[in-house]
Every structure is written in C-alpha cells, then in structure tokens.
Design a protein around this ligand. Structure first.
Ligand SMILES: [Cu+2]
Length: 662
C-alpha cells in the first residue's frame, strides 16, 4: 500500500510508451476519437446528444444506447481476438510472433472480460430494455431514473477497462482472475485492480437493471396479460433477470474478498494462513455459470419471436417453452462445478454435477424441437432474421453436443482447459448469443428507427459470420482433442500450425462479417427513404410492440391495450382491431435527468483512484458521489405531462401514415 496520498502508484512509468503496439493503438484511437468529436462539434450535436440521449430516462433510448455501447466494445473485443489468432498462427518454432507473453496474457484476459461484461451483457440488456415495456403494453420500465443510472454504471465500468489500455495495464490472469495468481503476490501491479473496480461498477448497473426489469414485468403488464399470456421473450427476460438478481451479488461479494486480500492483506484466497483459493473458484462459478444462461435465455426468446413471425404460425408448444425456460433457470444454478471437475472434488460430487449438467440439455432440446415444429408446415420467409435463426439452430446444437461431452467427468479430465473447451464455449456463445443479437437487430431495427435494414448486406454479414465461425473454431476442436492447451502464445510442434492458420482465416471471414454489418447500417441509412416502414408492422408481427408506430411515440401507447392472447397483436389483428381516434388524455411521463451520468462518472473517478491508490481522490470521489445522490433525491422534479392535444397530434399522424401505407 503506498502512502503517497495524492498520486498513489500513478507515475509516468504507467504510460506504456515502450510498447509499439499500444502506442500505435493509442494513435489510432486518438485519431478516430478526434474525428468523431470534431464531427459532433461541427454538426452541433452535443446539445442534442446530451438532452435527447445521455440524460434520457426513456427505456427505448436507453436500450439503443446499451446496444451501441455493446457494438463499439465488440470491435475492441474482436480486435483482441484477431491479435490472438494472428499470434497463434505465426508463433511456431523460432518465431516468437509479435505479441510478447505478458502482452498476450493481457489480451486474452481483456478479450474474455470485454466480450462477456461489456459486449454480450449490454447487448442483451439493451434488447430487454427496448422490448419488454413494449411487449407488455407499458409506458416504460418501473424505475426510469434507475434505468439511466444503470446504463451509465455499465458504461463507465467499460471506460475503466479501456483506460487500462493506455494507463498502466490490464490483468494477466484470464477472465475470471483465479487466485493465487490474482492475489497481490501473483499480480502486484494494477491490472487486477482495474479488473475488480471495472466489474464492481458495471455489476451495480447490471444488478439494478435486473431489479428494474423484474418489477416491470411483475407489476406493469397490460390488463388481461397474465403470466401465461406473456410473450416468450418477456418470459425469458423475467427468468434472466431473476438469475441476475440471484447471481450478481455473488460476483460482487467474491471481488470484495479478493480486493481485501489485495488491499489490506487478508487471506481469503491465499495459499497460507487458512486461505483457500478453491473458495474463490467455487464462488466465481456460482456466478459464472448462471451468467452464461443470463446471456442465452433472452436469445432463446428472440428466436421464438422470429420463428413464429417468419413461419406465420403460432409458436409450437408455448407452455412447454415457458416451462423449459423456468427449468433451465433453476438447473443453471446447480451445475457450476463442471467448470473444475479436475480440481479434486471426488467422484460423487463430480457425478452429481455431471448429471445436472447433462439434464440441462433436455429442456434446451425441447426448445429446439418446438422451433422445428413451428417451422414444420409453416410458410417460411427466409428474411435475414430467419437466416440467423436457422444458422443458430445448426451451430448451437453442435455446441450443445460438445457441452454434453464435456459434462462427462472422465472426458473432461482429458479436455479441461484445452482448445476443445475454447471451441465449445465460443460455439454456444457466438452461435447462440451473437447470432441472436444480429437476428434481433435485423428484426426490430425497423421498429426502433422506422426503416428496414438492407437485406443484401445483411445476408453478406450472415454468410461471412456463419462460414467464418466454422473455419475459426472447428480447428480448435481438433487441436483440443490433440491435447493443445488454451492460453498459449507459442508452440513448438510445427504440425499444429496448419490448424491455427485455418482458424486465423476463419477470424478473417468473421471480420468481413462484422464489416458487412457496418456497411449494412450505413447503406440502410443512405437508402432509408426506400426502406421506410410506414405500417409499424413490416414483418406482420405477433406481439404488442408491432402495434405501435415505428419509432414508437415517447409514451409507447396512447391507451393501455387489453390483451387476450400471448400473441396479443396477432389476436387483435385477427379480431379486426380499430385504432382509437378520440378520447385521448394527457400522459404523465418522468423527466430526463443528468444525475445518472454524474453519479456514475463520480463512481468511475473513485474507482480509478482506488486502482492507483490515490487515497485523497478516492475519498473526494466517494463524498462527491454521496452528495450527488442526496441532491438528486431531494431535487429531482420527477414528472411532466404530455398534453392531450400533443397525443392527439401524434396519433393523428399515425392514422395518416397508416392510411398512406394501405
Ligand atoms: Cu458452466
């Protein structure tokens, strides 16, 4: 612990100017940043961004901001992936590649942390934020201010990880920072402290958004929408947020214990004085495994909505789909030890966790069959969202099968921490989560922005991702079966190189997939008038979000809809739904506020100060944060009214657009 109150451990040495790759990255990021900031200033967009987006408490805008943040971090996380693939394809025999081992360790650690916490989580949370209130017929989430605050806490957690690229360094421990390597003896530098504080800050955001969405789904459903009339996506969102509320406090607690070991010298996870590193491993996976279901469950919901819409049929087995989701939610809490069968917990314990893990494949399999039976005799439209969905079904089933293989303790003893494991979890996360996000963006983009995405570039993006995935990860299954270990930056055996080269080619194809998606966004924006959707229901959707205009008005629904079926909108259309033309009243809406941004920014300043042990700044940051929370509590003028005639105008616009669309 340093006693320099002001600067703590921070000095010029923290700037990695001796690392050419980092200096180059810094220049590129600085240049890119200047271009973006310059454009925002030139087009006078700062005020608009601040007023309409950064301070917005509208769930739709917060949802979009989560997704934008996740996509930006995807570029960073993917850059790390490209570096790993290139290094492993090059570094054979006498060639050491271009990444020194200590840098390679940081890259795979940052890649895992960023992809899970700052890509997959924001993308899934953004989707739930945007869709759930619209699907249940509500005007917003239960706690709009908390929603804005949660977003900024997640974002500032990501900012801290990005700062570690240029000031100091990130952890070199792997994405779960197992002790004793993550202890102060194993990692005396600031890397693990960046890890701890970025996750603690983002974790608060995730937990609060979990509470928010549970309260919204339980308390704010439209009349008639009882639990078994909720859309499947909303069901998966409910289960996901229950898992978030149950699992994230475990992550917070275990990181507090690790920081106590690092800051004040306790011995929770050290090798001596009664410490036990296995306690950390158990606790982090008691969070970690539910975490993977927190990611995949909403994606199962996405696929359910897309399959029934593009097959023009009611989803097959709605009830069994709901029960399967609930069973998976419960089981996901009973399997965590399969992540360390090899750490000596004995045959009986391993068998229990092996069996529970295998059982999870049953409700998951039931879902796959329900989607297939929905497609059976359906009038399938192979639009881009449906392509991603079919790609998912093929890819995810393969990933599921290798998962069941790894759930067999004797097999896992051979494959644990090999590249087979790497291939498996990328198989289910890319094939399951990434494919779902791409499908969801193509499906709900017209709802959020009023025009469809270009389907040519959409299909390019899909095929590059789909084929690229197989080139990138199938070789890793082979290498894993040959016993090649994960996290190696160099290899001696030249016969392995060809597999890494094929995998590198796969990463290149995925890069083309990401590039095509970015082109798709730009081309669609340029062609937005041609791609415009006036109906609000471009795909002939089945759930309530398709009953609103595109984009929906700030208040979502002028009148709270009455629901009679889990496919509420399909049911309303089937019964000749007539949009109300009169009787509009003024609508109560919460006000935008800067408090969420300010409090979260102060927590990041406090986090940065704690990382570098700048105790004075940490103290000031903490006091300022508390003051901001108290001021906000007393000061926040919560609501305002959207006057009735404004509602009349918006609804009249909608009627006119609909008439023009017919
Ligand atoms: Cu697991």
């Amino acid at each position: 612990m340093t006693d320099n109150l002001l600067l703590g451990r921070l000095s010029l040495d923290a700037i990695p100017y001796h690392e050419p790759i980092l200096v180059g990255t810094f220049c590129a990021v600085a240049l890119g940043g200047m271009v973006v900031l310059g454009a925002l200033t030139y087009f006078r967009l700062w005020g608009y961004l601040w007023r309409e987006w950064f301070t917005s408490i509208d769930h739709k805008k917060i949802g979009v901001m989560y997704i934008v943040m996740g996509l930006i971090m995807l570029l960073r996380g993917f850059a790390d992936a490209v570096m790993m693939r290139a290094q492993q394809a090059l570094s054979f025999g006498d060639s050491a590649g271009f990444l020194p081992p200590h840098h390679y360790d940081q890259v795979f650690t940052a890649h895992g942390v960023i992809m899970i916490f700052f890509v997959a989580m924001p993308l899934v949370t953004g989707l739930m934020n945007y869709l759930v209130p619209l699907q249940i017929g509500a005007r917003d989430v239960a706690f709009p201010f908390l929603n804005n605050f949660s977003f900024w806490m997640t974002t500032f957690g990501g900012v801290l990880v990005m700062i570690s690229l240029f000031i100091g360094e990130f952890a070199r421990t792997g994405w779960l920072a197992y002790p004793p390597l993550s202890g102060i003896l194993g990692s005396p530098d600031v890397g693990v402290d960046y890890y701890i504080w970025s996750l603690q800050i983002a974790g608060v955001g995730t937990l609060l958004s979990g509470v928010n969405l549970i309260a919204t789904i339980v308390k704010m459903r439209a009349p008639g929408m009882n639990l078994m009339k909720m859309p499947v996506f909303t069901w998966t969102a409910l289960c996901t947020n229950v898992l978030i509320v149950a699992a994230f406090p475990v992550l917070t607690a275990v990181l507090v214990l690790l920081s106590l070991d690092r800051y004040v010298g306790t011995n929770f996870f050290s090798n001596d004085l009664g410490g036990n590193a296995m306690m950390y491993v158990n606790l982090i996976w008691i969070w970690g495994h539910p975490e993977v279901y927190i990611l995949i469950l909403p994606c199962f919901g996405v696929y359910s909505e897309i399959v029934s819409t593009f097959c023009g049929k009611r989803l097959f087995g709605y009830t069994s789909m709901v029960y399967a989701t609930v069973v998976i939610t419960i089981l996901s809490y009973l399997v965590w030890l399969h992540h360390f069968f090899t750490m000596g917990s004995g045959a009986s314990v391993n068998s229990f966790f092996g069996i529970t893990t295998m059982i999870i494949s049953i409700p998951t399999g039931a879902k796959i069959f329900n989607w297939l039976f929905t497609m059976y005799r359906g009038r399938i439209r192979f639009e881009v969202p449906m392509l991603w969905t079919i790609g998912f079904m093929i890819t995810f089933v393969i990933g599921g099968m290798t998962g069941v293989l790894l759930a067999v303790p004797p097999a896992d003893f051979v494959l644990h921490n090999s590249l087979f494991l790497i291939a498996h979890f990328h198989n289910v996360i890319i094939g399951g989560v990434v494919f779902a996000i791409m499908a969801a963006i193509n499906f709900w983009f017209p709802k959020a922005f009023g025009y469809k995405l270009d389907s040519f570039w959409g299909k390019c993006s899909f095929w590059f991702w789909f084929v690229g995935f197989y080139f990138a990860f199938m070789p890793l299954y082979v290498l894993g079966l040959m016993g090649v270990t994960r996290r190696m930056s160099h290899f001696e055996d030249p016969s392995l190189q060809i597999w890494f080269q094929i995998a590198a080619f796969g990463a290149f194809l995925i890069a083309l997939g990401i590039g095509s998606f970015l082109v798709q966004l730009v081309v669609s924006y340029l062609k937005r008038d041609q791609l415009r959707d006036l109906s609000g229901d471009p795909w002939n959707g089945r759930t309530l979000e398709w009953s609103t205009s595109s984009p929906p008005p700030d208040y979502n629904f002028a009148f709270t809809p009455v629901v009679h079926d889990n496919d509420a909108w399909a049911d309303m259309k089937a019964h000749g739904y007539q949009r109300p033309q009169e009787g509009f009243v003024s609508i109560h809406m919460p006000k935008n506020t800067a408090a969420g941004f300010i409090i979260a920014a102060l927590s990041a300043i406090m986090g940065f100060a704690l990382i570098w042990q700048m105790w004075l700044l940490a103290g000031v940051g903490f006091v300022a944060m508390m003051a901001a929370i108290i001021i906000h509590t007393f000061n926040y003028q919560r609501d305002f009214h959207i006057p009735a005639d404004e509602v009349v105008r918006v609804e009249a616009d909608r009627t006119r657009l609909l008439a023009a669309h017919v």
